[in-house]
Ligand binder design. Structure first.
Ligand code: THU
Length: 138
């Protein structure tokens, strides 16, 4: 294993730990499904988010978009990786709305999905093939 790989592995562990921490603050009284996300910015800053549900159901905010809007609100627009954790055994994949919102800023994003029994990893490009994005408006 190269030093670069080691440092990237430890970076993923740091992100996973941050995502697990924020997952404990998920507001999920309806689904009871807790999700945490940690988004790595190009400058190394990490923003986290948990899911925040609403009695209207439809206004629920996913963990990934929560992390994204926090980052953008603080002036961060370039992202490298997102780690998503959930309390279920199987890793949770970002929903379509989150994929689209992440695509807006980071088509090259690497998505790491962590369940209690296993992990998955995929580039956002593979999770959102044929995406509509800012380029199509120009
Ligand atoms: N959820 C997320 O926060 N992220 C995902 O990637 C999938 C789903 C949340 C939304 C809702 O609060 C709960 O999980 C069940 O759908």
């Amino acid at each position: 294993m190269t030093a670069a790989t080691e440092s990237s592995d430890s970076q993923v562990e740091t992100l996973a730990a941050a995502a697990i921490d924020v997952m404990s603050r998920a507001y999920a009284p309806y689904s009871k499904f807790r999700v945490g996300a940690a988004l790595l910015c190009a400058d190394g800053t990490i923003f986290t988010g948990c899911n925040v549900e609403n009695a209207s159901y439809g206004l629920t905010l996913c963990a990934e978009r929560n992390a994204l809007v926090k980052a953008v609100s603080e002036g961060h627009l370039e992202f490298l990786k997102i780690v998503i954790v959930c309390s279920a055994g199987e890793p949770v994949a970002p929903c379509g709305a989150c994929r689209q919102c992440l695509w807006e800023f980071a088509p090259q994003l690497e998505v790491i999905m962590v369940g209690t029994s296993r992990r998955d990893q995929a580039p956002l490009k593979k999770l959102l093939p044929g995406a509509f994005g800012p380029d199509q408006l120009s």
